[in-house]
Design a binder for this molecule. Sequence first.
Ligand code: V0V
Ligand code: CO
Length: 154
Amino acid sequence: MLTRIDHIGIACFDLDATVEFYRATYGFEVFHSEVNEDQGVREAMLRINGTDDGAASYVQLLQPTSDDSPVAKWLARHGEGVHHIAFGTPDVDGDAAAIRDRGVRVVYDTPRRGSMGSRITFLHPRDCHGVLTELVTTPGASAAGAPPADPSDH
Ligand code: V0V
Ligand code: CO
């Protein structure tokens, strides 16, 4: 099941200015950034810490790329702020199916492509006490814990 917080997604109007705020205020650097046209976002992942399954926790800053995207709709209604929380799991397909069986609406029939080649799906906020909730499986993350260090590193 869900093993950790993968990221907190934050909607912003100006990605570069928001990245600079996080850098100047907290010292967080951009670990990865990409445009995801399917999701209608330009995003930056700020890496906060490593975790024991070999993945990490991030702040995900999101600027919409189109006016009809979920993040644009959210910004128009609420302004900037926390948009979603994402839990990490080694098995997004299995967990989404199990959660759907408990009566929570899962937004996609099949997980879609997320940041850094991950597979993601979302749970409807109206079924989750007002929180848009994402499930994410990071490629290479392991249910059994982090893989042993590569001996060639020594
Ligand atoms: C909408 N609602 C939210 C919300 N967005 N509540 C809490 N947090 C949010 N972020 C509420 C809204 O207040 C309404 O509540 C209701 O849901 C319907 O809202 P709507 O504006 O009419 O929106 P819909 O129905 O068109 O779409 C809502 C859903 C949509 C959740 C289906 O936002 C969606 O598909 N989200 C998943 C995709 C996404 O958000 N992508 C951007 C992040 P009332 O008024 O009815 O009570 S991309 C990402 O995270 C990536 C790439 C990654 O992590 O790798
Ligand atoms: Co996300």
